[in-house]
Design a protein around this ligand. Structure first.
Ligand code: NAD
Length: 357
């Protein structure tokens, strides 16, 4: 098959890590008989320098015309003093809105060979863990009615959590579809003991579950979920939740892996096209030094194969190649814990070699 991928390399380490992912995708294409065509567009600080805007129209048009989008990272000290609407990070919200991406997928995986990086007690994460947080991205309290008014104690501010059946249904479908590609277990997180919007959330998620008889569904209150994530993260497969709860829980989940350079993400909408990016930023402190860990971006490319192109075995092959390289003991500096490390290019070479074996 032939796939057109828009590349948004961005700033800092962005170009280096996207280059790694491109090389890995080319190796996958060669091995499995696919052609990936890459077109680069400007985003973030480099776009400001070249065009005066962090998200040029050409970039939006190019992304919308592509089959999927791979993003490095944006931002850096050079652009930190610009006003808010001209900041590189503004481009991230802009491209997500333009692509109408309402689902955010954030895997948090602790490889058993990297368990020393995990801040949790060793006996809690003996076998590692591998969970996926599915966060609703365009609804809920971050987008609800808000304002100031006079209340019982004088001036007060308010925000509103509101979810429609439609919004809950489509995020639940995304979660159950993802679970079908994993271990067929969904935990829906809400606060149904207090919030009306959570009671609707729970009801609709259960209705959607009836369409997926192979998937086991359980409900968990958000306060308990925050606790369970640090008590026994291995109990989770797919976790689905609202925008605000997902914002908080996905950061908690990524922290307990201890390795920011290892974590990919995907944002999806109603079409197959998605935006795939590492969760870390542009790491200006190590940019251009061949020190960046390319694994988060390579894993983002694997997610693109799985979730946008339906290339399950190709995605598995990338993930297995990374497992193999880590099991052989190779590390970039961020996960080497002081031991000898390889650079960005060498880690990429090793992943490609493991893929080809
Ligand atoms: P950061 O994620 O860029 O870096 C935090 C720390 O982690 C740094 O020490 C960095 O060297 C290290 N690190 C990050 N990714 C790494 C990798 N792949 N390999 C090895 N080490 C890695 O966060 P920050 O320092 O707070 O922000 C730097 C810039 O990135 C800022 O301009 C910020 O606004 C921007 N940012 C962009 C995104 C994005 O593009 N999605 C996300 C977060 C921050």
């Amino acid at each position: 098959m032939n796939y057109n991928i828009a590349l948004l390399k961005g700033d800092g380490i962005g170009p280096e890590i996207v280059e790694s992912a491109v090389r890995v995708l080319e190796a996958v294409g060669k091995k499995y008989g696919h052609t990936f065509n890459f077109t680069s567009y400007l985003i973030g600080g480099c776009a400001i320098d070249a065009t005066g805007a962090p998200l040029p129209e050409e970039t939006v048009a190019g992304c919308l015309a592509s089959d999927s989008v791979l993003l490095g990272a944006v931002g850096g000290p050079k652009w930190d003093t610009l006003p808010g609407n001209l900041r590189p990070e503004k481009a991230l919200l802009g491209i997500r809105a333009a692509m109408e991406l309402y689902t955010n997928l954030r895997p948090a995986k602790l490889y058993s060979v990297l368990k020393d990086a995990c801040p949790l007690r060793a006996d809690l994460v003996e076998k590692g863990f591998d969970l996926l947080i599915v966060r609703e991205l365009t609804g809920g309290i971050y987008f609800g009615e808000r304002g100031y008014r006079q209340g019982k104690y004088g001036e007060e501010a308010y925000d509103t959590e509101a979810y429609s059946v439609y919004e809950i249904e489509r995020i639940a479908v995304a979660a159950f579809d993802a679970a079908m590609k994993r271990n067929k277990k969904v935990t829906s997180i809400d606060k149904a003991n207090v919030l009306e919007s959570s009671r609707l959330w729970r009801k609709v998620v259960h209705q959607v579950a009836e369409r997926y008889p192979e998937v086991t569904l359980s409900d968990m209150l958000v306060d308990n979920a925050a606790m369970q994530l640090v008590r026994n993260p291995a109990q989770f497969d797919v976790v689905v939740t609202s925008n605000m709860f997902g914002d908080i829980l996905s950061d908690e989940a990524s922290q307990i892996t201890g390795s920011i350079g290892m974590l990919p993400s995907a944002s999806l909408g109603a079409t197959g096209r998605g935006l795939y990016e590492p969760i870390h930023g542009s790491a200006p402190d190590i940019a251009g030094k061949n020190l960046a860990n390319p694994i988060a971006t390579v894993l983002s490319a694997a997610m693109m194969l799985r979730y946008s192109f339906g290339l399950q075995k190709e995605a598995d092959a990338i993930e297995q190649a990374i497992d193999k390289v880590l099991c052989e003991g190779y590390r970039t500096a961020d996960i080497a814990a002081g031991a000898e490390a390889v650079g960005t290019v060498e880690m990429t070479d090793l992943i490609i070699k493991a893929l080809e074996d």
